[in-house]
Design a binder for this molecule. Structure first.
Ligand SMILES: [Zn+2]
Length: 128
């Protein structure tokens, strides 16, 4: 139910912004999703549709931008995009130390790809 809780947090964030800005209807929600969140875009979109029912978000388009994971290697100083370990399924690989693509060391830190946030919203504002 990973995607459902993610979808609920999107809806909550947008609803709060919508209340603050007197929004009548949200037409589009742009989100950034990092590779290391392991969220599946189709699943996220499906759960968003469910979570947004009967709110000002109902029928809004969810636009998902995937962000590549980034690594820093403490061994050789490599900094760049991660390469998934092909021997591990992605759901397990997230808990395993990521190997440096240059030197193979496991002394790495994830420096990007865990982001998950709403970047902006397109909406119709109610006339006051
Ligand atoms: Zn390295």
């Amino acid at each position: 139910m990973h995607e459902l809780s993610a979808a609920l947090s999107i809806v909550e964030t947008v609803l709060q912004a919508a209340r603050e800005h007197n929004v009548k209807r949200v037409t589009r929600v742009n989100v950034e999703v990092g590779e290391f969140t392991f969220l599946v875009p189709e699943q996220l979109r499906f759960n968003f549709e469910i979570a947004s029912q009967k709110t000002v978000l109902e029928g809004a388009e969810l636009n998902i931008t995937m962000v590549k994971g980034r690594l820093h290697c403490n061994e050789c100083g490599f900094e760049g995009e991660s390469e998934p370990d092909p021997s591990l399924p992605p759901q397990i690989a997230v808990f395993a130390p990521m190997k440096c693509p240059r030197c193979g060391s496991s002394a790495t830190e994830i420096t990007g790809g865990k982001e998950f946030f709403v970047t902006d919203i397109e909406a119709e504002v109610a006339e006051s």
